[in-house]
Design a protein around this ligand. Sequence first.
Ligand SMILES: C[S@@+](CC[C@H](N)C(=O)[O-])C[C@H]1O[C@@H](n2cnc3c(N)ncnc32)[C@H](O)[C@@H]1O
Length: 270
Amino acid sequence: MRAVSIDDVMYEIFGPLSQGAPGNDASTLRALDAVPCRDTLRRVLDLGAGHGRTTFALARALPDARITAVEIHEPFVERIAERARTSGLAHGVHAVCGDMAKIDVAAGSVDLIWAEGSIYVVGMEQALVMGRPWLRPGGCLAFRDFVRWTGDLSEEARAFWAVEYPDTASEAEIRSRAEAAGYRVVRNFRMPRNAHEAYYAPLEARMAELAGSADAEILNAHEDIRTEIDIVRRYREEAGYTFFILQREGSRARIAGDNGPGSVGWAASR
Ligand SMILES: C[S@@+](CC[C@H](N)C(=O)[O-])C[C@H]1O[C@@H](n2cnc3c(N)ncnc32)[C@H](O)[C@@H]1O
């Protein structure tokens, strides 16, 4: 019998949902509008694209761009590819099954990296380092992360996040990390409550459906997710998701290889 991994459990829970993280198209487009020269963007990477909500929001807003959606879970990749075909966006959306930490991207070949709800996969500091050489000079990295909005969290929230997301930082700390890694912070904004609930409300309904599951792993995950939803809602003034739009600093002359349009090369995948 095949062993059931935590990933299997997560995909069983999240598979039927329409998104895998907090966010909505209004917040995605607000962040996109902050990207300098957004109408000239042509080569976009959407890392950890999941169900493809962000991929298609970007594809509709940037009809001349090629959005490469990188996702490790094959059924999600197939879903994105199928939706691209049926929605007439196949020319602009390219779905790749792979590990974002192992993909092979030509230096200076990307105008915009998008990482909504996926920066945690490699860790923020590592993601800042990893993505910078992929960007052309002046290219941007947009991501959103769970952030401490007030100086100190309440004891219950602090104890929960210390276990669930020990990398939780303040906006000022993240701005400093970005600047130290060679980016200019173009803008950051806190995602509004409705963008959080666009994820948590359907997830809560999904957990109610799974409450009677006979699977012990599902029930464990059920408990963790219900606790997270409860903590996020009760302490919503203290912490939540903030979007950051960063621009790569540095002149064109400093880039080792600028390979021009369409040069993203995908070598490694799972
Ligand atoms: C929290 S979800 C966010 C999905 C989507 N960006 C959204 O906002 O709805 C994170 C996604 O990253 C994917 N993922 C996890 N590890 C990955 C990796 N190493 N490479 C690529 N994708 C990965 C997961 O399968 C999942 O779909």
